[in-house]
Write a protein that binds this ligand. Sequence first.
Ligand code: SF4
Length: 458
Amino acid sequence: MSKVLEPIVTSIFDLFKIGPGPSSSHTIGPMAAAYNFQKSLQSISDKKLQRANAIEVHLFGSLSATGRGHGTDRAVTAGLLGWEPETCDSKALSGLLSGDKDVYAVRAKGVSISFSRKNIYFEKSKLKSSFANTLIIKLVSGRKVIFEKEYYSIGGGFIKCKGQSKDKSPEPVYAYSNMAGLKETLSKSGISIKDLALANEKAITLKDENDIDKKLDKIILAMEASVKSGIHTEGVLPGPIGLSRKASLLYKRAHSFGDAPDRFLTYLNAYALAASEENAAGSRVVTAPTSGSCGVIPAILYLLKYHFHISGDLLREGLLVAAVIGFIAKHNASISGAEVGCQGEIGVASSMAAGMLAYINGYNIGIIENAAEIALEHHLGLTCDPVGGYVQIPCIERNAVAAVEAYNAYLLASAGDPSKQKLKFDQVVSAMRDTGRHMSVNYKETSKGGLAKCVTCC
Ligand code: SF4
C-alpha cells in the first residue's frame, strides 16, 4: 500500500477562484494579503493606531520584477481599502493609482491613514526566503515600525503568512496525496472519482452537496462569462505592448467556415483567447488553476456546453475531476510561474482540461490519468517570460495552444491502453518539480530572460 504522506486538504473553491486579472500570484494573492493586513489592524491598540502615520508595502522577487505590469500596486491598494478579489469591481480596480498624486485613506477603528503610490516599494534587494513572491506590509510611526506582516503569494491566488500556524483542517474522507494513492483509494473503496472529490469537499469545507453544486455552477458561469465577453470585445489591450484582441475575429471566422474541419479548432482557439484577453484587460476571470492560464479550462467547458450540449451535471462533475488533477500537481510540485515556470500554470491547466475531457467522455481513471499525463508531459520545461511583465505575450496565445493540446492529449489517451502507458502522472509531476528547481530565475516570471529579453514593447 502506498503511504499517504500529507493528504490533500485543498478546497475546490480555493483552486477555482473568481477574481480580477491579470495574475493570480501578482494580483489576487497580493490583494488578499493586503486585505488580511487591513483586517489585522483591528487587533492593534487604539493608542498605537493613532500614532501611525503610514503604511508601507515592500514587494520582493518576482512581485518586484513584474509587479507593475501585473497590477500588483493597484491590487495591494485595493486590499488595504478593504476590497476583496471575488467581489471587487474590476473597472474600479483598474482606475486605482491612475493619477500620480492619488491618495487613499486606509481606515481602521476610526483612524484614517493616507496611502499612495509612494508607499509601495519595488525592492531590488534579495530576501532570504524560500518563496519567490514575498510582500511585507508595515504600519509605521515616523521611522518606527509598529506592526508588520510578511506574506508569500504562492501561485493561483493562494497566500501564506509568516509565523502562521497551520490550520488544523478537517480530515478528508478519502486521503490521497498523489495519483497512485488516489487510484488505490478508488479501487479499494469502489467509489467514483467525482464522488470522492465531493465527499472530501464536504468534509473539508463542512458544506453540503447543494451548496457545493451551487458554487460549482457559479464558477462555471463566471468562466462562461469571461469567454462570452471576450468573443464579443474588440480593441487593444491595456499596456505599452499595444496588442490587439483577436478572439472576436477568430470567433467570426469560425462561423464563416461552414462544415470545414478548421471550424472546430478555430472555435476552441477563440474561446481560449477570449478568457485570456479578458484576464489581460483586468476583467473578472476564474483561476484555473491560475489567472495566466484562465483560458484553457473555460474554453473546453464552453465547447462542451455549446457545441456538444453536455449537461450541467456532467460539467460540474468534470470540474471536480479537473480539480483533483490540479490538487495533485500543486501538492507535489507547484502551480506558480514564479516557482516552476509556465509548465506549472499552462501545463497544469492543460493537464486538468485533458483529464476533465476524458471523464466527461465516459473514460475510467486509467484513461483520465493518461490524458492528464500526456498534456503535462509535453509542457515540461516551459518557461515563464512575459514580455514587458504583462500577462499578454506569450500568455494569451499559449492558452489557446494548451486548450488544443488538452483535446489532443485526451484523444491520444482514449485510443490507448492504460496498462501499456509507460509514464505515470506522478512521474511527470515530479519531473516538472525538478525541472522547475533547475530553471534559472530569469525564466520564472521575472521578465529577465527568454522572450521578455528578446522583445521590447515600448
Ligand atoms: S508565461 Fe505562463 S506562467 Fe508566465 S505569466 Fe504568462 S501564463 Fe503565467
